[in-house]
Design a protein around this ligand. Structure first.
Ligand SMILES: [Zn+2]
Length: 162
């Protein structure tokens, strides 16, 4: 009696059923890939699970959940949808309230203007300033101070106080 034809099975495909351990003996790794504006790509591990037999042949399920923190110690959420932005120094921002935009004219051209308030920038009367511009502004003040000091000393010297 001829075997009934199965239209879903192609010619020459194996008929042996797959053994269960081929399905169970597996490892699943989840990564989050962060594309930075400067073109670099950072791969962040999020979780890993494996199901493999031990030396007694007993299947062991192992689940590892990675907790990743940024430079400020904030935990990077494993769900990328919860990340609203990364600041100019790579800090993770999860709520719009903790973000600001650097309004300083000294800001470097190819650097993100996003600030994480209280970490790498602060609010100012005009808007906000990032830590890089704050540092530049500080250097300019020091240069102006030295210049003024030199002018005053020069005047004193010209007048003949020394
Ligand atoms: Zn700035």
């Amino acid at each position: 009696m001829p075997e009934p034809r199965n239209p879903l099975r192609g010619e020459g495909q194996p008929r042996e059923p797959m053994s269960a351990d081929q399905f169970i003996n597996q490892k699943v790794t989840q990564n989050m890939r962060v594309h930075r504006p400067d073109g670099t790509i950072e791969e962040v591990p999020v979780s890993e699970s494996s199901s493999c037999p031990d030396e007694n042949g007993v299947y062991v399920d192992t689940g590892t959940h990675d907790v990743v923190t940024d430079a400020s110690g904030t935990v990077v959420p494993s769900d990328p949808a919860r990340i609203t932005a990364f600041s100019h120094s790579g800090l993770v921002i999860t709520t719009p309230g903790e973000a600001a935009v650097c309004t300083s004219g000294l800001h470097p051209v190819r650097r993100s203007r996003t600030i994480k308030l209280g970490y790498d920038g602060r609010r100012t009367a005009e808007g906000a300033i990032c830590s890089v511009c704050d540092g530049r502004l500080g250097s300019i003040y020091i240069v102006i101070f030295i210049f003024c000091l030199a002018v005053i000393l020069g005047i004193w010297k010209g007048v003949g106080l020394f």
